[in-house]
Design a binder for this molecule. Structure first.
Ligand SMILES: Cc1ncc(COP(=O)(O)O)c(C=O)c1O
Length: 393
């Protein structure tokens, strides 16, 4: 079928009419277990009554007012994020890329205000920070960058999970003033950083007066069983970025700042038309409240551990399965070869998953997932992976 849409996405041949909990229904009335949640967005699943109520309530009052005026919903959400993170101030955006773009601009402004007019940001190989030009420059994916050179300068990529790599890069360039890091890489193949490494990077940033900027766009908002994945290392970053799960499906991102990163932005230095409008902030507040009321952090931790254990029991010894890793409900199953056909095969089995970094099957189900639903997920996924591995490449 010819389409007026730009050919940006290679889409699977299915469209969904409605959802309920962890389930989605297509136009033929077929039911799918959603183990992807819109790539980590639909944290409360589909059609959660409190999410629906928050959106309709606020839509009936006022959807949007300009940031030229006070927005109480924004104040309340910022206050809540500050309480959950132990940080100090929040700037809202409409996506994860924009939240990171804001963080990268902040690193430059922080440098500028401290006499470093060419601030360099250290970022990691295999990282993913977005598709805008600056976030692409920060992103450690040669494939995503191809065709978009020249990208903005000011980004130095180093080996993930290596403190020495950061030190070496900084020794070679005294303009370094910050580090941008995912403590659990998502697009990079569900790869966790070591707790000791995260703590050591925190200490290094303190010693050198750098900003430690943590991208929690995918790993944040309860996904790993803590509000933010870096909290497993008991550290507080200077800058943290959020999006995806924060709005439960409405587009919202946030750049959160603390300590030396706070009070860097002033009126006129940055801005957004849509960022933090009453609709998205009221909705995000309802998401955070519902997650707390329903104990979804603990659920993500417990059901995630259970799911990982079941997958390990079923697949751990299967030839071709390299590793099953991740935390909470952010899990990856790495195979020994590229596995692009798996999402389509899973779709045929009534299951939504995707593949990241070519050979890691990624699971990001809604945080409302229950144990018996995790069993259902396993019973649909395991035969798909076994069938894939049993066919010749
Ligand atoms: C860690 C991380 N940062 C940033 C982004 C970009 O977010 P968005 O697609 O909302 O712009 C993503 C998206 O996958 C991500 O996983």
């Amino acid at each position: 079928m010819s389409s007026a849409l730009s050919n940006i996405f290679a889409r699977l041949p299915v469209s969904f009419t409605h959802g309920q909990g962890i389930w989605l229904w297509d136009t033929q009335g077929r039911k799918y277990l959603d183990a992807l949640a819109g790539i980590g967005v639909s944290a409360l699943g589909h059609a959660h009554p409190r999410l629906v109520a928050a959106i309709t309530e606020q839509a009936a009052r006022v959807i949007h007012v300009s940031n030229l005026y006070e927005v109480p919903q924004q104040e309340a959400l910022a206050q809540r994020i500050v309480e959950l993170s132990g940080m100090e101030e929040v700037a809202f955006t409409s996506s994860g890329s924009e939240a990171n773009e804001t963080a990268l601009k902040l690193a430059r402004l922080f440098g500028y205000q401290n006499g470093n007019k060419e601030a360099q940001v250290i970022t990691m190989d295999s990282s993913w920070h977005g598709r805008t030009l600056a976030t692409l420059a920060a992103t450690g994916s040669p494939k995503a960058r191809e065709g978009f050179e020249p990208l903005p300068s000011g980004y130095i990529q180093v080996t993930y999970n290596s403190l020495d790599a950061i030190k070496e890069a900084a020794d070679a360039d005294p303009r370094v003033n910050s580090v941008l890091l995912e403590t659990l890489q998502g697009e990079g193949g569900i790869r966790p950083a070591d707790i000791e490494y995260i703590r050591a990077v925190r200490q290094l940033c303190d010693e050198r007066n750098w900003l430690l900027m943590i991208d929690e766009v995918q790993s944040g908002i309860g996904r790993t069983g803590k509000w933010f994945a870096h909290q497993w290392a008991d550290i507080v970053p200077d800058v943290m970025t959020l999006a995806k799960g924060l709005g439960g499906g409405v587009p919202i991102g946030a750049t959160v700042m603390a300590g030396k990163a706070a009070n860097v932005f002033k009126p006129g230095t940055h801005g957004t038309t849509f960022g933090g409008n009453p609709l998205v902030c009221h909705t995000a507040l309802a998401v955070l409240q519902t997650m707390a009321d329903e104990g979804l952090l603990q659920r993500a931790d417990e059901v995630g551990s259970y799911l990982k254990a079941q997958l390990t029991a079923e697949l751990g010894a299967v030839p071709g399965v390299v590793e099953i890793r991740g935390r909470g409900l952010m899990l990856g199953i790495e195979l020994h070869r590229a596995c692009a056909p798996i999402p389509r095969m899973a779709l045929d089995a009534g299951l939504l998953v995707n593949v990241t970094r070519d050979r890691t099957v990624r699971l990001l189900p809604p945080l409302i997932l229950q144990q018996h639903e995790a069993d259902e997920l396993v019973s649909r996924l395991v035969p798909v992976i076994k069938q894939f591995l049993s066919t010749a490449p």
